[in-house]
Design a protein around this ligand. Structure first.
Ligand code: NAD
Length: 239
């Protein structure tokens, strides 16, 4: 591949829950994952919030506190080393802020951000709340109850088009820590152009399952990413 002089190759990291597993944040579908303790319908749908807002707020208050207690892992940090030589965008399904805390500059959150609240009556009113709880009776400036700034199952994914535009321009794609089960997010990998070189990092997925679509690196984020980053840094002039 030959890029115009002076242009950095465009690299998209597409991350899911497995990216943060080694920071101590539970994934959804693995053994011991969150959904073994909570049914999706009880905590992660608009209907659940209407039915029992306190239960839903408590569930996310616990998640938020947990995120405040954990740290970015070596894989989150290693990705930031690429920014000098690659035009790097992180597209994440994660609601945590570990990519940002590791130092990634451009992060697109497909499923929302746990450290933000938004108005239940006006989706444009979004507030940074850090690691504070949202309580019943906490209202936006227009008097509506606050809810977590999370995309729940059955809701639109407002950042989907922005993420698809990034995929369409990718020279390199690294898919990491996602079972590619949650749509429409999982469909984003189909937007990359044929020239794009695609990697997939996951301890439970193997090359046989993906043929020549991805170069599969079977292993955990922390085991694989620092080496993959080194590889990409030595190849920085080859794209
Ligand atoms: P998923 O739970 O469906 O899949 C996780 C994937 O990560 C699996 O394929 C698993 O094999 C892999 N994995 C497990 N440990 C890993 C490790 N150490 N390194 C690399 N990979 C590892 O997660 P998903 O595909 O992201 O979809 C679930 C939904 O849950 C997403 O929408 C996401 O927003 C949400 N979620 C977010 C967080 C978070 O913000 N940290 C945590 C749990 C779930």
């Amino acid at each position: 591949m030959n890029l115009e002089n002076g242009k950095k190759p465009r690299l998209v990291v597409f991350s899911g829950a497995g990216m943060s597993a080694e920071s101590g944040v539970a994934t959804f579908r693995d053994h011991g994952g969150l959904w073994e303790q909570h049914r999706i319908e009880d905590v992660a749908t608009p209907e659940a919030f209407q039915r029992d807002p306190k239960l839903v707020l408590d569930f996310y208050n616990q998640r938020r506190q947990k995120i405040g207690d954990v740290q970015p892992n070596a894989a989150h940090k290693a990705f930031t080393e690429l920014e000098e030589h690659y035009d790097l965008t992180v597209v994440t399904q994660n609601i945590d802020n570990l990519h940002e805390r590791a130092g990634s500059k451009k992060v697109i959150h497909l499923h929302g951000e746990i450290t933000k609240a938004r108005s239940n009556g006006n989706p444009n009113l979004i507030y940074d709340i850090g690691y504070d709880d949202i309580k019943l009776g906490d209202l936006c400036e227009q008097g509506f109850q606050l809810r977590p700034h999370i995309v729940w199952f059955g809701e639109m994914v407002p950042m989907l088009d922005t993420a698809a535009r990034e995929m369409e321009q990718a020279d390199i794609l690294i898919v990491i820590g996602t079972s590619l089960n949650v749509y429409p997010a999982a469909g984003l990998v189909n937007y990359v152009p044929p020239r794009c070189t695609s990697y997939l990092v996951d301890p439970n997925l193997s090359q046989e399952e993906f043929g020549n679509r991805f170069s599969v690196r079977t292993g955990t984020a922390v085991d694989i990413v620092p080496g993959l980053v080194k590889e990409l840094l030595t190849q920085k002039n080859n794209w």
